[in-house]
Design a protein around this ligand. Structure first.
Ligand SMILES: Nc1nc2c(c(=O)[nH]1)N(C=O)[C@@H](CNc1ccc(C(=O)N[C@@H](CCC(=O)O)C(=O)O)cc1)CN2
Ligand SMILES: Nc1ncnc2c1ncn2[C@@H]1O[C@H](COP(=O)(O)OP(=O)(O)OP(=O)(O)O)[C@@H](O)[C@H]1O
Length: 197
């Protein structure tokens, strides 16, 4: 009998090991690589999701080599769209979102992530979620705060959830738990993966 190669999903306590490994791999990318990969991701989003350009789109300020989507958000703004950045009000709660424009003042939040200090609070119709890891069914590994799971579970209607990340974030199975909210689609430098219609 031939052995079938099979990597079992991580037990919940090993998610942090996987998360740290994937974050370290991304942090190993050069600034030049991040710029090229980010451009490719923005191109796929622009071409593949034309319906987003007039919407309220939540995204994340790029930290730790996350994809830089700012040029795309500015382009959508010029076409009538609005952009929003997450604001952690309290841990263990859904994220709030505040409008971001080029002139919006930002200050580091408790994690050091630049966050709007003024401007209207918005409800996103679409969320572009950075992924540290993502599996074949569209389950995502973030930083372990559970913020986006809580946010997706709390918003009605649920926003379209599009993961953004690099091919190096793909794993077979993150071992989803009941609270994990799957992505609708994933965009990497290689293109678009749709997980549900
Ligand atoms: N760029 C960016 N902004 C984002 C997110 C993101 O994924 N990327 N978030 C996506 O949700 C939210 C922030 N989520 C975070 C969750 C945990 C930690 C973190 O470092 N946790 C520490 C514990 C720190 C503490 O509790 O004081 C840890 O896990 O070691 C950071 C950010 C909102 N802003
Ligand atoms: N809807 C929810 N209600 C209550 N607790 C939740 C909910 N979603 C997630 N959690 C809790 O948040 C914690 C972190 O979850 P998880 O490891 O999936 O975070 P993550 O998706 O990697 O992080 P993030 O979304 O902040 O980037 C878990 O302990 C989980 O119990």
């Amino acid at each position: 009998m031939t052995a079938i190669p099979f990597t079992p999903p991580p037990a919940p306590e090993n998610r942090n090991v996987l998360r740290q490994r994937l974050i370290a791999a991304r942090r190993g990318l050069s600034a030049e690589a991040v710029a090229l990969l980010s451009e490719a991701i923005c191109g796929h989003l622009m071409a593949g999701f034309p319906e987003l350009e007039g919407k309220v789109v939540g995204f994340c300020w790029p930290v730790q080599n996350e994809p830089d989507l700012r040029p795309l958000l500015l382009e959508w703004q010029s076409r009538g769209g609005r952009s929003a950045l997450p604001v952690v009000t309290v841990p263990n709660a859904p994220l709030a979102f505040r409008e971001w424009r080029e002139a919006t003042p930002l200050a580091p939040d408790r994690y050091g992530i630049p966050t709007p200090t003024e401007g209207p609070w918005l409800v996103p119709q679409v969320l572009l979620l950075p992924v540290n890891g993502v599996d074949r069914l569209g389950y995502r590994l973030g930083y372990g705060g559970g913020f986006f799971d809580r946010t997706l579970a709390s918003l009605d209607p649920r926003p379209l959830a599009i993961g953004v990340g690099y091919e190096l974030a793909r794993v077979a199975d993150i071992g989803p738990e009941p609270h994990d909210e799957p992505l609708d689609a994933l965009v990497t430098e290689a293109g678009i993966t749709r997980f549900r219609p």
